[in-house]
Design a protein. Structure first.
Length: 156
């Protein structure tokens, strides 16, 4: 694997030795094939952290999709529990004591389902936030490196 610094130096050298464009004091004419080859070699030499950041982004998307599916499953579970509790309550309407117990049970199940849903939703959000935070840190570091390289090109 080639050194990025070396490749950027080579790119800089190509730009510096390029001929000026006609009627321009700032534009230059460069060899397209040479530039594309250098860019391809730079891309191949990029640190693994950038490649890992892309993988993390993909993993994050998968986790978010899985969390959404998990949330939908929890919501369906809660709805199923509520539907079952309502159905049970209707069957037991004639008996006062049984009706009271069913209502209490339904409320407990509803609270339990709501608690499960909130916990699963919270856990999924925390996981997604942590992954996004890690990706953001990696991307900031990579962007800083790129900006440093750009500034060095401009300033040298």
């Amino acid at each position: 694997m080639e050194n990025i610094e070396m490749l950027i130096g080579e790119l800089e050298s190509e730009i510096l030795k390029a001929k000026r464009a006609t009627f321009s004091t700032t534009d230059v004419v460069v060899n397209r094939a040479v530039m594309l080859d250098l860019l391809s070699r730079i891309r191949d030499s990029l640190p693994n952290s950038i490649k890992e950041a892309n993988g993390i982004c993909q993993k994050r998307d998968e986790i978010i999709a899985q969390a959404n599916a998990y949330t939908a499953e929890a919501s369906k579970y809660a709805q199923d529990i509520m539907d079952k509790a309502e159905e049970d309550a209707k069957k037991l309407v004639e008996q006062n004591e049984i009706v009271r117990r069913a209502q209490e049970s339904a409320q407990e199940m509803q609270q339990e389902a709501a608690g499960h849903y909130q916990k699963m939703d919270y856990d999924a959000r925390v996981l997604a936030f942590d992954l996004l935070n890690d990706v953001e840190k990696t991307m900031r570091s990579v962007l800083k490196q790129i900006n440093d390289r750009k500034n060095k090109l401009v300033n040298d």
